[in-house]
Ligand binder design. Structure first.
Ligand code: DGY
Length: 348
């Protein structure tokens, strides 16, 4: 689909985006916008190179695409000067390769912070309270009446929540768990998060002033310390060489046997085969997963684990957020093509 056919700058959008502001931003910047309508969910490099063609000034691409030497080379050869990922995560983009050929890279932080944290929260409670198992049971016509032992799960109020990665999304999730459920917080991040620490300790003081138990916060020196002490661990780190298979068999074994592990970050942060084995060996251990190691595939056996709640990478999937991400991606490309610095760039 082509919009503003007379625009002088050709911008390729590899998947249609929600909302209409993004298109207004690009057309106001003089772009002819071509939205790919290929029915394949994931576009191959060959297809993307064809779409780039001989002249392409900028691209808004997807996290399912492999933006590395080959695609940045093709974009550069077509006169490209701008690329934005339609995501905050950019593990699918080799930023140094883009930098090498002079193409600034943008991403879409901020608008998806609370939305992603809310889904992590939904997974946390769906897993802890066995919501999906209960749903399947009902639909299967198996409910014969209330029983004291039916789908007993874990109460999370006043428990310890652990986060790995205390950036924007980790902070939002931690606040939801601390404020909403009076959890103590332990976190691992290479950098101290002073805001979060003060926030939790101020909230603790407020609770104490009302005669309630004060919540606490601790920054741990190691991921292992978080894993050993938390009742729920939620991953909010970037995927890089330090975090690939961060959750391996050994670290899974350090978690409490009835803990909940949540991942709305990136699939490969967990060794998924090890997780399947752990879920099978520990029926009271639970996982809430939005992302998978070999997305869209799941490792064999995961689908059999009733103690895992699994959803298809939808953490940012609200209309407001997805439209906001589109506007940011358009601003990234429009700013760059108009000779300004990229609007939002990854913190690399
Ligand atoms: C991201 O933005 O990185 C999410 O995975 C999709 O919104």
């Amino acid at each position: 689909e082509v919009h503003n056919a007379g625009g002088a700058l050709r911008v390729l959008v590899t998947k249609n985006l929600p909302g209409d502001r993004w298109l207004k931003v690009l057309t106001a910047a003089g772009c002819r916008v071509e939205v790919c309508s290929d029915p394949d969910t994931i576009l191959s490099n060959e297809k993307i190179k064809k779409l780039i063609g001989d002249k392409c000034d900028g691209v808004i691409g997807q996290l399912t695409e492999d933006w590395s030497t080959e695609l940045f080379g093709a974009l550069k050869a077509a006169g490209g000067r701008a690329y934005s990922n339609y995501a905050v995560g950019y593990n699918n983009v080799v930023v140094p390769e883009a930098t090498k050929v002079g193409i600034p890279v943008g991403n879409t932080p901020g608008v998806l912070t609370e939305t992603t944290a809310e889904l992590a929260l939904a997974l946390t409670f769906a897993a802890a309270r066995r919501v999906v198992e209960g749903d399947t049971f009902m639909r299967g016509g198996q409910y014969k009446g209330w029983l004291p032992t039916l789908f007993v799960g874990n109460l999370l109020q006043n428990k310890v929540v652990g986060i790995v990665g205390a950036g924007r999304i980790g902070t939002a999730y931690a606040r939801m768990m601390v404020e909403g459920h009076k959890c103590d917080l332990v976190y691992y991040d290479p950098y101290p998060n002073k805001f979060l620490e003060e926030y939790v300790s101020d909230y603790g003081k407020l609770l104490a002033s009302k005669g309630e138990r004060a919540v606490t916060v601790k920054r741990c020196e190691t991921v292992e310390e978080v894993l050993r002490s938390a009742d729920v661990v939620s991953l909010h780190c970037n995927l890089d060489d330090n975090t690939r298979h961060l959750m391996n068999a050994e670290r899974l074994g350090m978690m409490k046997p009835d803990a909940v592990l949540v991942n709305a970050a990136r699939g490969p942060c967990i060794d998924e085969a090890a997780l399947v084995a752990h879920l099978k060996a520990n029926p009271n251990f639970r996982a809430g997963l939005d992302v998978f190691e070999d997305e869209p595939a799941m490792k064999p056996g995961l689908e059999e684990c009733e103690n895992a709640v699994i959803v298809p990478h939808i953490a940012s999937a609200t209309l407001w957020t997805r439209a906001g991400m589109a506007t940011l991606a358009a601003c990234n490309v429009a700013a760059t093509l108009s000779g300004h610095p990229v609007w939002n760039k990854p913190d690399v």
